[in-house]
Design a protein around this ligand. Structure first.
Ligand SMILES: [Zn+2]
Length: 434
């Protein structure tokens, strides 16, 4: 057996010595920050990943005359369709008119930009608004242009299947309801003592050869022309319809690792994923780093997300991915005890680092291979912009891109649908991105 190389990063915790086992994958360029003695609240420790560049600016739409409750309206194109995302903040006195105000903002947004195919809207309490990762909205909706006429009825109390409203009893979110997705999956990092690290290393090696091993998956069968496409951190308004549109055009399917809390607030995007042949999987409820948490809290994060997804889709969840790629033997055991396979990856272009179109395309293509597991993020703007390049790379290698389940069930003799190149080349954004 190849000798294990263990980076001794003592994390300042009492009890068993914790080490970071960087065996066959690169050690993070920036050392892992010491964990604090007191376990942080879920999602509290979220340093920005190393080598991350500033995200490209997303254009904003200004209404004239303005609507005072509008915080901002952004819009984005994937080269084929255009979607806006409106954020609305309400005072307590205005909350009773949330639907009416939201419907008016949707109408005015469509009227202000004729190219828009869809408007997504999130309505928050002004006093507790903390951005997308802050306390949950009061109300959200997704409105494709053909459904705009339904806004009048919805504002008057009719049902609308692409809207969600918080329960009336909802109180301002506690600190542990706040999430952040600043930490992205980049380095697979096992935390444990040296004997646990050796066992994990063995499991990794076996999984790379045979697929699922003891509830762990690193890669699929490399003799078939199939790779699994996975997107972490979903769902995000505006990005989700743009991404689903590109997947549809490219005739590829994906597994979405979903943050449970956000799935609750945007359930219609989860339903869209399933309706279009994609797979939804578990990425914890609060996008929390698991190694510092008590095992009961880890189990709760996973169980709560399974329940949220099953309530929306009616289907059991099969796969789990720990936020940040950070895990322990106990994390694996918790996932396994809930019937899940913990999934890592073989192809990570680090799209969240905003490295530029050429770098991102090269990184994606470099590690694209049969049986591979591709890691992307659903709200990475540059992934949307170069997705056509990704499809072309898969097409040239005659690879089908599909869900984890479909990759694992593929057998010799199956008919595989190779990714379809898009008619339009990679999109160059109007704001002059690299
Ligand atoms: Zn994540």
């Amino acid at each position: 057996m190849k000798p294990i190389s263990v980076c001794l990063a003592v994390l300042g915790l009492s009890g068993p010595l914790l080490v970071q086992a960087a065996t066959t994958l690169p050690i993070p360029a920036t050392p892992i920050k010491p964990l604090r003695r007191a376990a942080p609240l879920p999602g509290e420790v979220q340093p920005v990943a190393p080598r991350t560049l500033a995200a490209p600016a997303i254009p904003q739409l200004l209404l004239a005359p303005p609507i005072s409750q509008v915080n901002r309206i952004q819009y984005l194109s994937n080269g084929h369709i255009e979607v806006a995302n409106a954020v609305v903040l309400l005072s307590p006195a205005e909350e009773g008119q949330a639907r009416q105000i939201a419907a008016e903002v949707v109408r005015r947004t469509f009227a202000a930009r004729s190219k828009l195919n869809e408007v997504d809207i999130s309505v928050y309490r002004r006093g507790t608004y903390g951005g997308f990762g802050g306390p949950l909205p009061l109300l959200t909706a997704s409105v494709p242009r053909p459904r705009l006429p339904e806004m009048n009825g919805w504002a008057s109390g009719d049902a609308y299947d692409r809207a969600w409203e918080a329960a009336t009893t909802t109180t301002p979110a506690a600190r542990n309801e706040v999430i952040s997705t600043q930490v992205k999956e980049n380095n697979i990092t096992f935390y444990g003592n040296s004997s646990e690290a050796m066992k994990d290393e063995t499991q990794r090696k076996v999984s790379r050869l045979v697929g699922v091993q003891n509830g762990l998956l690193y890669r699929g069968e490399d003799s078939l022309p199939v790779a699994a496409l996975t997107f972490d951190d979903a769902p995000h308004p505006m990005f989700e319809p743009l991404l689903l549109d590109l997947l549809r055009r490219g005739q590829v399917h994906s597994t979405f690792f979903v943050i449970g809390r956000n799935a609750q607030a945007y359930p219609y995007f989860i339903r869209d994923m399933v309706a279009e042949g994609h797979e939804v999987a578990n990425h914890t409820y609060h996008h929390v780093r698991l190694p510092p948490l008590p095992i009961a809290a880890v189990t709760q994060e996973i169980r709560q997300t399974n329940q949220a997804l099953q309530d929306i889709t009616g289907q059991p969840v099969r796969f789990f991915r720990p936020p940040g790629g950070d895990y322990t033997a106990a994390t694996l055991a918790a996932s396994r005890s809930l019937g899940l396979t913990t999934v890592f990856w073989t192809d990570d272009p680090a799209d969240f680092q905003n490295p530029g179109h050429a770098v991102l395309t090269n990184r994606f293509s470099r590690n694209l291979e049969p049986g591979g597991i591709i890691l992307l993020h659903d709200n990475a703007l540059q992934t949307l912009q170069v997705f056509a390049n990704f499809l072309n790379a898969a097409y040239k290698r005659k690879l089908a891109l599909t869900t984890l389940s479909e990759m694992l069930s593929a057998r010799p003799g199956d008919k595989f649908t190779v990714a379809k190149p898009l008619s339009k080349p990679a999109l160059v954004h109007q704001s002059g991105l690299p």
